[in-house]
Design a protein around this ligand. Sequence first.
Ligand code: FAD
Length: 300
Amino acid sequence: MYDANLLCDRLRELNIERNAPMRSYTTFRIGGNADVMLHPGSSSDIIKAITEALACGAPYHVIGNGSNLLVRDGGIRALVIRIGEDMAGIEQDGPVFRVGAGCLLSSFAKETINRGFMGMEWATGIPGTVGGAVAMNAGAYGGEIKQVLKSVNAVVDLKQADLTVNDADMGYRRSAFSAPGCIVCSAVFELKPDDGHAADREAEYRLRRRAKQPLSYPSAGSVFKRPAGYFAGSLIENAGLKGTRIGDAEVSELHAGFIINRGKASAKDVLSLIELVKIAVREHSGVTLEPEIVILGEDA
Ligand SMILES: Cc1cc2nc3c(=O)[nH]c(=O)nc-3n(C[C@H](O)[C@H](O)[C@H](O)COP(=O)(O)OP(=O)(O)OC[C@H]3O[C@@H](n4cnc5c(N)ncnc54)[C@H](O)[C@@H]3O)c2cc1C
């Protein structure tokens, strides 16, 4: 066990938070405290913090907007590097955009449309950061990050590196950019000039989300990956699980692929519900569901 106070002392020149409540940093609004959270302003902050964490024997995790995360109730015994608004700049050179990893994906998508480009409309309403979207190869409505991503600037093994998409083996909700030790700091995208309909497509996707997703409750989006040949939501609905509840965690009535937090759900409630759903779907259809969400931390 490392000494979190010592780590804080070594990081005192950086923007750090002791005992950061992860429920405030995840869209599920669930999770215990992280020992130490860094809010970096640059890749050198990240390198400095990881160097000190390693010297103290502290593990570390990187997060973005926490929109694909479930943090357990006992919190995280580690340094959490939260890349957010302090690394969120957008630079443009014609159709090429360099975007800070902490920029919200939706804001970037909107900005590209305002500036006369298309290719990011599908990303509207995805509540993650650019860094998280690159790491997860986020996608929706037939679009995905890898279609528009050119390269990434990342901290890898304590050094800055420029990596191309070809280095990253990007597939369905996965990429090598999420490997341990790789921290995306910025990403370069190349878009096409607007065909005149980008804003219409963006508006249509936004409406579809509002109609089909339980956006008034905290959640982490679709809990399970889409199994080949199926939709997780339909499998869960067909197993009769809509509305199934453990504590305050509930399989959404609106979209069975979502688990919502009806107020005071614990991570334990959500994890028990995930197990219940997996077992029921396997019995009903023979398909084994695999979580898409990333689970961090310790039980209470
Ligand atoms: C209502 C709702 C709707 C959603 N709809 C969609 C959808 O349509 N399509 C979709 O793909 N997802 C969707 N999601 C899930 C989520 O928004 C995406 O996966 C998003 O890309 C995660 O980004 P984040 O910044 O929140 O990452 P986090 O949740 O903070 O982290 C997710 C993973 O990415 C890693 N990571 C984060 N930042 C970095 C970084 N800078 N460098 C390296 N690794 C990093 C983390 O270590 C973690 O493993 C939805 C979620 C919600 C709540």
